[in-house]
Design a binder for this molecule. Structure first.
Ligand SMILES: [Zn+2]
Ligand SMILES: [Zn+2]
Length: 157
């Protein structure tokens, strides 16, 4: 552990090198495992979120978004929770992670746009694991910026 961290529990993101504070680690989710700025994660868990049993330790890239179904499946668009899909750049493992309140919404939007041209191999792997890639910009936008926020024309294509 390097000594430049500002306080106990802080760490530097292995991808964008931003300092992630311990406060970020406590921002509304248990076992926060990704950087709030670039959204990259690290392959630490093996069986369940937070178990820290994986020997891989590879960086995990945010490759797309999915929706975790809410309890009321009849309330279209509002009943689910937006989730990040990460893929390990070392071993290819996919994982689904909750978005934290302080994750950068613009970065999440970037992940969404990039996922539209996602590698076929990754799409197939998602399909095999029952992960449905979100393709609807209106749902993503409403989740990130609020139900009635204007969608910039640029993002509508
Ligand atoms: Zn980062
Ligand atoms: Zn891995």
């Amino acid at each position: 552990m390097k000594t430049h961290a500002a306080s106990f529990g802080d760490f530097r993101c292995g991808h964008c090198r931003n300092l992630v504070s311990a406060a970020h680690l406590l921002s509304g989710v248990n076992n926060r495992n990704h950087c709030p700025y670039c959204l990259w994660s690290c392959h630490l868990d093996l069986f369940a979120a937070g178990d820290r049993l994986s020997a891989c330790k590879g960086q995990m890239k945010p490759v797309g978004l999915t929706m975790k179904k809410g309890r009321n499946k009849y309330r279209l668009g509002s009943g689910g929770e937006l989730m990040l899909i990460h893929q390990c750049v070392e071993c290819g493992t996919l994982s689904i992670n909750r978005i934290a309140a302080d994750d950068d919404p613009d970065s999440i939007m970037d992940v969404f746009h990039a996922s539209r041209t996602l590698d076929r191999q990754i799409r197939i792997r998602c399909g095999e694991q029952g992960i449905v890639l979100l393709g609807d910009v209106e749902i993503v936008h409403a989740q990130l910026y609020g139900q009635f926020a204007e969608i910039p024309l640029l993002e509508r294509f």
